[in-house]
Design a protein around this ligand. Structure first.
Ligand code: 4AD
Ligand code: MG
Length: 432
């Protein structure tokens, strides 16, 4: 007899098979029991008829199977048009593997803190389960997209001696007799990689000791950071929108059931596959905000209300171009048309999710960078290597960073960015 997974059952209709499962729920009357089963690949139902199994199996199903008990189930796969999945198993026998009593997560409503305290178990429930599958698909689609576009994947270090995104929100650790910081961004290393390999991208965890307790901030999050030598900002923007559209299409094609489980309709995603996305300048954004009743002025950074308002005007992701220098990182290229600003863009997601991508063309001039280090109190001992990239064959180059959990939060219409991370790290959460 063949051992299969729930997801393989469509290929085994009317065959007797064996599947390793956990019980999620059960209902029984005098003669029939309905077992709700899951195995990680899917959720479906087992039907147990009292007069078709041994009394031992019937008793076991009644008395020993509780929520999250694990067992081998043997039976025949049938089509079942009434269930969402379309198939079920007619149970013949059960072999108990691991008991489970008093499983803490029931069918009743639990508070989110309770669920997060039990995240190691909560991952088994249908919605977190769907979120993890969506996350996995986004990473797979990322690898496909950049491979198709001629990129090489580059791994940036996690332990670093530098802080590309500002010195205030760093996680510090001792490094033997030296000091180290958990990486805020792989970008500086990606730039070195781009000078060696042309087009590279990093994909890995990044860390920000941000004390902000918002729906959009994690202290540990994953970033995908492409960096392209010989590329100016307009071409980078085209790549960014193609990347986002590719991810959305890939989820439509591969995760329809998971999207439905989290409450996002495929139809509502389709417009985001249509390009181009609108582009407006920061200056224009300030005007729009003023017209909308905000007291914004040149030089202000945007918080979540401003970002939400701006994105609401378009119903699509929108690029905001060329922010003031003062509110952006030291490595961005000054705008030749207005020295007060830099050649950069943030991509704002619609539906209230805010910035999902930050990117820019990079400063290419050695002396300019050295002056920026001085202004930002950055030590040449830590950053000299980065300035070297401008000393030995500097070229125009651009790049961007997409926050994986921000993207997932938007796509899945999550209340909080933590839903898209298996074990989220936040101001008040380091366990489990
Ligand atoms: O805008 P950021 O800070 O840009 C960078 O780090 C650049 N080095 C990227 C680059 O050009 N290579 O961060 C990029 C993205 C944001 O748009 C957001 O999606 C995400 O990273 N992000 C966060 N996600 C979750 N929690 C946080 N605390 C985040 N901070 C940034
Ligand atoms: Mg940013």
């Amino acid at each position: 007899m063949q051992t299969i997974t729930i997801s393989e059952s469509p290929k085994h209709v009317n065959e007797t098979v064996k599947i390793g499962v956990w019980l999620t729920d059960k209902r029984s009357s005098g003669k029939i029991a309905f077992l709700q089963l899951r195995d990680g690949t899917g959720f479906f139902q087992g039907i147990l008829l009292k007069n078709q199994v041994t009394p031992e199996v019937w008793d076991m199903a009644k008395h020993e199977l509780h929520q999250e008990t694990s067992f081998w189930v043997t039976g025949e796969i049938h089509e079942d048009s009434r269930s969402k999945f379309g198939y079920e198993i007619q149970v013949q026998s059960i072999e108990l593997v691991g008991e489970s009593d008093d499983y803490p997560i029931g069918n009743k409503e639990h508070g989110v803190e309770f669920l997060m305290d039990h995240r190691h178990l909560w991952l088994r429930s249908s919605k977190p389960n769907a979120m993890l599958k969506i996350r996995s698909q986004v990473k797979l689609a990322t690898m496909e997209f950049f491979a198709k576009h001629g990129f090489t994947q580059l791994d940036a270090p996690i332990l670093t001696g530098s802080s590309p995104e500002g010195t205030t929100d760093l996680f510090h650790t001792k490094y033997f007799d030296d000091d180290a910081y958990l990486s805020q961004s792989g970008q500086l290393y990606a730039e070195a990689g781009a000078m060696a390999l042309g087009k590279v991208y990093t994909m890995g965890p990044t860390f920000r000791a941000e004390k902000s307790k918002t729906r959009r901030h994690l202290t540990e999050f994953w970033m995908i950071e492409p960096e392209m030598a010989w590329m100016h900002q307009p071409e980078s923007l085209e790549l960014q929108e193609q990347y986002i559209a590719y991810l959305v299409q890939s989820l439509i094609d591969n995760c329809a059931r998971e999207l439905e489980t989290v409450g996002r309709s495929v139809e509502s995603l389709r417009p985001f596959t249509e390009l181009p996305y609108p582009r407006i300048t920061y200056k224009k954004a300030i005007e729009m905000l003023q017209e909308g009743g905000f007291d914004s002025k040149f030089g202000d950074d945007f918080g979540s209300p401003e970002e939400t308002y701006l994105a609401d005007q378009f119903q699509k992701p929108v690029f905001i171009l060329n922010y003031p220098k003062e509110i952006k990182a030291f490595y961005m290229k000054p705008d030749p048309e207005d020295d007060r600003q830099v050649v950069c863009a943030d991509l704002l997601a619609p539906e209230g999710y805010g910035e999902i991508i930050g990117g820019s063309e990079r400063a290419t001039d050695y002396d300019y960078l050295v002056q920026k280090f001085a202004e930002n109190h950055l030590d040449m001992a830590d950053y000299g290597w980065y300035a070297d990239l401008r000393k030995y064959g500097t070229v125009p180059h651009s790049g961007f960073g997409m926050g994986l959990e921000r993207f997932i939060a938007w796509i899945t219409l999550s209340d909080h960015i933590r839903e898209g991370s298996p074990f989220p790290r936040m101001l008040n959460r380091l366990r489990p």
